[in-house]
Structure formats: structure tokens, C-alpha cells
Design a protein around this ligand. Sequence first.
Ligand code: ATP
Ligand code: MG
Length: 587
Amino acid sequence: NDMEDIKRKIEAMEPGSEERKMGVREWRRLKRIPQGSVEHGVIRSYLEWLTSIPWPSSSTAAATSLSLETLKDRSFLTKARQQLDSDHFGLDKIKRRLIEYLAVVRLKQMAAVAEEEIATSAAKPSPDSVPVEVSSLALPRLPKKTVKGPILLFVGPPGVGKTSLGQSIARALNRPFQRISLGGVRDEAEIRGHRRTYVASGPGMIIQALRKAGRPDPVLLLDEVDKVGQSNFHGDPSAALLEVLDPEQNHSFNDHYLNVPVDLSQVLFICTSNTLETISAPLLDRCEIIQLSGYTYDEKLHIARRFLLPKQLQANGLTASHLTIDDPALLHVVTQYTREAGVRSLERAIGSVVRFKAVEWAEHVDREEQDKYKAVVQESELEAILGIARWDGEEKEREERRGVVYGLVVTGQGEGGILPVETMAVPGSGRLKLTGSLGDVIKESGEIALSWVKTHAYDLCITNSRSEDPLKVPDPIDIHLHLPSGAQKKDGPSAGIAMTCAFVSLLSGACVPTNVAMTGEITLRGRVTPVGGIKEKVLGAHRAKISKVILPWANRKDVEHDVTAEVRNSMQFVFVRTIEEALQAAF
Ligand code: ATP
Ligand code: MG
């Protein structure tokens, strides 16, 4: 019966196509081999795979036309916009970009359909011509026009909605969605499959996803492309990925197991990644990069209220009448219990609150005391529910101190924040000691900063004459510079001005207020040059309630382009060209 099914599916394949030829050949082999032998099982499972792929033949055409109908719909773009809005709060620029993208996909697809219709109507035999035996003729397959928009690459810190945006796009296009997790893929065979000679071999993740989707035109989300392994003795996974994503090649993607070219040109690929740094240049080149950065407190409150709380309520069998969290309490959760760019821990924290209240509600019902149940959660109850706040009091800890200055950083997860640059004078002989898991570049920044401060010590009123070394007179000292937290690796040149300010503060005794934070690379001559990650850093500063940010002059455009007006208006920006200007702004 299963065998009949396989046979029927082979017969339904497009005549003359590679997959059909392969299917027929293997089918004949299968018939010659005794049932129950190992070989029989191997061929049979191969045929099961081969026949379960959504080949662009009649069986899937109906489903595909469904998405065509969606595209033809005159209100498609409005509906897509509604879909995006109903799934995500904010992200206006990104949604606008996605709508553009969808519009392009639609235009191209319609053009391709029109072209194909013309081609097929021309190829139709006139009624009075002699009928030919079709199955005996190996018709060359019509070259399908490839419908390609650019490949989207969502880049951003965890939990900002990259994966769920991909899902949203699939819904807007009315196509199936499949997620392929590339994190930690070391072996090319995971992407492309193992050859059939291997024991227990099977196709790679791309083909598996295609089969699960059941249609030749799904949205495939390649999650975490930054974490795919580079070339090694198991082959080159990133090269395999390139082939998948390259529109020039992917109309005949070759899976080692199937060993028949598969047309991926109708698949819509979306990639996600936490950073751009570890993605190979050729891959980046094929992608249209869309940056997502973290949310402000205000945005998080909206997201929590409109999306996360309703979602958690539903997941736990409650309704809004059973539980509301008042504004101060919600803000308290956002600021004191979570510290992240995205909203994932926030969602978890809200989930804990909902479950806690679900138990409470159930107990009240059991005791028939529903009228005594209190639906509103207030700030004072949070500690009983969520435990002691993890980040409580950190802001208060920020006391003004000689030799301590706040710099702006982006962590490995892409979240921005502030980081104290701590310096201290210890008895010694004029050396600089650097700690805090620092890389070479950041260490060099420290050296540059100290050299600059030494040469300008007299102008800064640190020493009494030009020839004096501030580390030798009046007492010989070493300077110890430390960046907490000690175990986290740090590198990059962007701490230059913060280090300079810290040295000046340490040696002169003047303090930098704790509501000031800064970032910028410096040169030996005292110029301040631009740095990356401005948007994340500024958002991080905003979250940390910094009121004055010092940035390189050349980064003005980043602030104007990438930072929302809400954040821009909440603090003062000082753009500096030289270290002198930075010092003036800081002290
Ligand atoms: P990672 O890099 O860790 O994979 P991600 O960016 O893929 O993170 P998602 O899984 O897409 O993160 O998002 C986490 C959760 O936050 C999801 O439940 C998502 O719906 C929700 N979320 C994120 N941003 C928004 C938003 N703007 N509006 C509503 N919900 C959001
Ligand atoms: Mg994700």
C-alpha cells in the first residue's frame, strides 16, 4: 500500500524531469531486490524522501496558487501591513522596509507569472496537429523564471523580534514557515546531507525543511547564520550556505543524499544573526541587512501590555479580568528584574507573575472565595512573586569618584550599556597596569590615552612644569586601570576618550559627574575618531538614565538616523572633534 503510494507519486512527477528519471530508476531497482533485505530498506527510504519533496508539479500547484491569490489581491500591501502591525509593536522603519520588500516580491512574481502564461499559451499545440505520445517524449523543462527579492538579514541582540518578524512575513505572504537553526553547525553534511553510501544517511536540513513545508515556495528562516562553522575537515558549511542563498546557483541545489537537483529559487530566505562580525564577506554581500536594536523602557512597557501579557494570560488559561499589572509594577519589572536589549526575560518574568496569580486564583475558587481575589498586581507584591530584584540599587551605586568615568559599550549579545573605567594610583614607578580581560586594541588605547595625558599634563594644570612626569612627581606611582566585569572579554578602540578622562580625573583630582557617559577612539595627536554601535550605546545610556553623552563628531549622522526622537530629546549630546573638547564637556 505504501509502495503503491510511492509509485503513484513517481508517476505524478513532471515527465522528463531529473527527479522522475531518478525515481523510475530506483523503483526498478527496488523491484529486483528481495523484500526484507537491507538494500531494499535503503532504497525504499530513499524513494520515500524523493517522493515527499514538494516538486513543482501538479500536486503542489494548487497550494502555490494560494499564495499567488494572496499576492494578486489588491489590498495585499494593506493586509501585510496589518499583519506586521498586529504581530509587533513599533519597529516602524523596519516594517516600512519590509513592506517595500514585499511589494518587490509581489511585482516580480506577477511579472514572472505573466511571462509564463504567455510562454505556455504559445507552446500549446494547435487542435488540428497530430497528437504525440507524451510520455515517450522527454520534454525539456521550461526554464522557470526566478523570482528573487534580495535575501533579508536581520541583525540584532537576542529577543528583539528577529525570528518572530520572519514568521510574520510568512503569514503576510500566506506561505508556510520553517526555521532552520544553524547555530553550531560544523559539518557540511548537516546542510547538504550525507551520500547514500553512509549508514543511516539522510538529506540535509534544507531539504528536510522543504519537505516539512510541503510546498516549493516556503519562507525559510536561517537562524543564527553568524554561528555557522567555517571550513574544516568536515567540509565547509558556510560555502554550502552560500550556494543555497545564491540566486544564480540555487535553482539547482544539490543535496548529497537526494542526488537530484532541487529548485530552491521560489523559496524566500531570511537570515538572522546577532552580529555581523563573524559572517563571511561573500555571505554578507548577498544579503540586505536590516538592523534591529534594543527597545527603550517605554517601548518595552507597550510591548508588555499589548503583546506579552495577553500572550502569557492565554498560555496559562487566564483572561484580562483575572489579572492586570499596574504601570509602576510593570516598569519595576522592566527596570529592576530584567536588563536586556530585547524582551525575552521580560516575557519570562511576566510569565512567572501570571502563573503565580493562576495558582492564587485557583485556590480562591476552590475555597469559593472568588470575591476576595485581587486581580491587580502592584509593585509591592513583586518581591513575593519574583524574588529579590536582581538589579536593584545598581544606579545608586554610581557615586562620583576621582579616577572613575563611565564609558559606553556594546556587549557580545549586542546590548548597549555603560561601563565604569576605574583607575587608581598605586605606589610604583610610573607604569600602566591594565586589567579586566582586555584585548590588544583596547590596551593600546590605554597607552595612547596615558601618553597624551602625560604630554599635556602641564596644560591641564596637573604638573607645575612642562618637564615634570605626573607619574613620578610628587610621588612615584603606577596607574592601575580596570574595566569590570573581570571575566568578560573586552576589546576595541572605543574606550579612548573615557580612559583619557579617567586619567585626567585621577591625576588632577577633578571628578566627572556620574550622569555623563562617553565613547570615542583617540589618536596620539588628540583627535577623536568615530566608533561603531552608536545606536545600541545611546539606547543603553538612556536605559541607565545618563543625561549627557559625549560622542565623536563624525558619529552625528548615526544619532540622527538611528536614534528615535524620544531618546534624542531625553538627553544632551555633545559631539567632539578633539580630546580637549571631550574634556571640556566631561568635567
Ligand atoms: P534571538 O536572537 O535570541 O533568536 P530574536 O530576535 O529571534 O532573538 P524573538 O524570538 O523573535 O527574538 O522574540 C522574542 C519574543 O519577543 C517573541 O515572543 C516576540 O514575539 C517578542 N517580541 C519582540 N519584539 C516585539 C515587538 N516589537 N512587539 C511584540 N512582541 C515582540
Ligand atoms: Mg531568534
